[in-house]
Design a protein around this ligand. Structure first.
Ligand code: ACO
Length: 328
């Protein structure tokens, strides 16, 4: 048995915020943000919206498109670093209840912006082993609630959103499949992108813990250098594993963190930048949701069609990274 993505869905909160809107509340500009990152807009969830709400919307669309009933699902794997609740219960369990997916196991995967790639490969492994036949994989993030809005170096980079795919068991000779996957981590870089306090290392202490320590903190330069190295390394290894050259790949769908990471990777490795799908201008960095949102957008606009060979590449906090080759 192999595993194939049979449908996609996504959801972006209604509120759309332009760089100029941010420039009204912090010392920044459209020119600085766009030239440094490629970002112009991001969607921001309502006060009442949590990761599971976005996930249910995206999942419902993906299920409808493959005519899958929620009670046919064997498992829900939800990638997020902005869960509804800290640590427990999993956001996947909340989604399982909301979808009425009565037979589905439910678990979260925490691999930050590599989360979707990690979750997708987990689904592939469960399906190929015969332990599951139909899995919903979701990436859902509400970064707006973990950002320090007084820190212009991080607040301008992220947006909220969710994307989902249905992964099914298919025969070995089926045209579509997740053909190859790489998952890696460099835990030595754990503190380059993290929330330092509020966990069990530095627990929240009333009156002592500063609010900014509960929010996302990032060494942008270090993440940038890691990302350029990681994206290039994953693409190269995936190509070698399948005995392919870059031109054999129709699309690379990278995690959308910063357009400059992609430009620099393409330049260093001699890759055609036009093959990298980029939608960061419209949605900013939606962490674990960025790849499934991009996939759904590509399917909806006809850019991604059956038979194409694509790559997904994720990288983020952990530090984690990884990628897949998919025959769509
Ligand atoms: N608006 C205006 N000025 C700003 C802003 C802002 N939003 N943010 C920083 N600046 C200023 C800085 O204060 C600094 O000013 P100074 O020279 O007077 O000190 C100047 O701009 C340059 O700052 P740098 O940090 O050197 O800017 P750089 O060119 O390195 O770009 C950036 C910063 C965009 C964050 C870059 O380092 C980057 O893209 N890193 C990767 C970050 C990333 O992608 N993270 C997410 C990946 S993983 C994941 O998705 C979870």
């Amino acid at each position: 048995m192999k595993a194939a993505i049979v449908s996609t869905g996504s959801y972006l909160p209604e509120r759309r915020v332009h760089n100029d809107d941010l420039a009204r509340i912090m010392d920044t500009s459209d020119e600085w943000i766009f030239s440094r990152t490629g970002i112009r807009y991001r969607h921001i969830a309502d006060e009442s919206e949590a990761a599971s709400d976005l996930a249910v919307q995206a999942a419902t669309r993906a299920l409808e498109r493959s005519r899958t009933k929620a009670d046919q699902l064997d498992m829900i794997i939800l990638a997020t670093s902005t869960p509804d609740f800290m640590g427990l219960p999993s956001t996947a369990a909340i989604v399982q209840d909301r979808l009425q997916a009565g037979k589905a196991a439910a678990m979260d995967v925490v691999a930050a912006c590599s989360g979707f790639v990690y979750a997708l490969d987990t689904a592939r492994a469960f399906i190929e082993s015969g332990s599951a036949a139909r899995i919903l994989v979701v990436g859902s993030e509400v970064y707006s609630k973990i950002l320090n809005w007084d820190d212009r170096t991080t607040a301008v980079l992220f947006g909220d959103g969710a994307g989902a795919v249905v992964v099914e068991a298919v025969p070995d000779d089926h045209g579509s499949c997740i053909a190859q996957a790489i998952l890696r981590a460099e835990g030595a870089g754990a503190e380059t992108l993290y929330r330092s306090h509020g966990g069990t290392r530095y627990a929240y202490v009333p009156g002592q813990t500063h609010e900014s320590e509960l929010k996302l903190q990032m060494d942008g330069r270090a993440v940038y250098m890691f990302a350029v190295r990681a994206v290039g390394a994953v693409i190269q290894e995936l190509l070698e594993r399948e005995s392919l050259v870059f031109d054999d790949v129709d699309w690379v769908i990278p995690h959308q963190a910063n357009v400059r990471i992609l430009t620099e990777t393409a330049k260093r490795r001699g890759y055609d930048l036009d093959r990298f799908y980029v939608n960061i201008e419209q949605v900013a960095n939606t962490s674990a949701a960025s790849i499934p949102i991009a996939l759904d957008e590509m399917v909806s606009t006809g850019k991604l069609t059956r038979g194409m060979r694509i790559m997904t590449v994720g990288f983020g906090s952990g530090l984690t990274y990884g990628g897949t080759i998919i025959r769509w």
